[in-house]
Design a protein around this ligand. Sequence first.
Ligand SMILES: *[C@@H]1O[C@H](CO)[C@@H](O)[C@H](O)[C@H]1NC(C)=O
Ligand SMILES: *[C@@H]1O[C@H](CO)[C@@H](O)[C@H](O)[C@H]1NC(C)=O
Ligand SMILES: *[C@@H]1O[C@H](CO)[C@@H](O)[C@H](O)[C@H]1NC(C)=O
Length: 255
Amino acid sequence: MVSLGARVFLLLLLALGAWGKTLPSYIKPCSIKLSDKRMSECALKSAREAWPIVFYGDPEYNTPSLNPLHLDRLVVIDGKGPLGMRLITTDVKLYGLNSTIINSTTHVTNPPTDTYVITIPNLQILAKYNVTGRILLLPIVGQGNVEMVLKYVTVAYQFDWKLEKLEDGITYYLPQPGARLDLDVQGMTVHLDNLFNGDKALLELTNNFLNEEWREVFDSLQPSFAKAISEVITRILSGIFRQVPFKEAFTDVEE
Ligand SMILES: *[C@@H]1O[C@H](CO)[C@@H](O)[C@H](O)[C@H]1NC(C)=O
Ligand SMILES: *[C@@H]1O[C@H](CO)[C@@H](O)[C@H](O)[C@H]1NC(C)=O
Ligand SMILES: *[C@@H]1O[C@H](CO)[C@@H](O)[C@H](O)[C@H]1NC(C)=O
């Protein structure tokens, strides 16, 4: 006879998912026994099938919605480089992640490491901006809305996995912090709206300058952009794999 208290506790545990979940239905598990090459192929197929659903976010697994992806703040130009200005964006929304192409996944078992290469053909970033600095010796100060469009953003994301026993005594297969991320882009446009104290000519000059120097703008944007992208991918992977025990994450784990 199980006491009422124990039963309530049991229900609470179940409600909290404290015994670990299974993989979300939209992620197909692979066999743990596959060779690296076959595992890479299985992971690619699984990731491509899951993406259109992962994209909408899943509160049950704490994964964020990417439709659009929200960021509180993104440093576009940090004020230290050759561009001579500081351009900070806030209330940032990224559109176009629904068209993400997953080019490849490469799995290595020993030590366990995955590399994902993805391409976003058309990434639109809408945000509020705040700019201070100088352009061609003229002081500029202003704020308004900015639209940036990045063409063919390629992201190579590499991270390690580790088997870890969590507080619940269950073994999980967890993505490790310290992912390596490489970014490239084929082109970029920047458009600041609003006027610098009503000065249309100065606004046009600034937009033209930023578009001509888009490589510099991208290089300056790269560190904070890479960090943001990396955090999102980590959030998705951790959201899922911190809740799904190792034996549920693959089809045939023997314990
Ligand atoms: C992505 O979303 C945009 C805007 O909602 C839409 O125009 C586009 O067709 C979508 N692309 C895909 C591949 O679903
Ligand atoms: C990724 O795939 C797209 C579509 O097939 C292709 O245009 C792009 O060049 C590929 N990128 C890489 C890095 O393989
Ligand atoms: C814009 O940036 C300047 C300089 O960093 C700062 O003093 C100002 O408060 C910012 N304005 C807004 C609206 O964030």
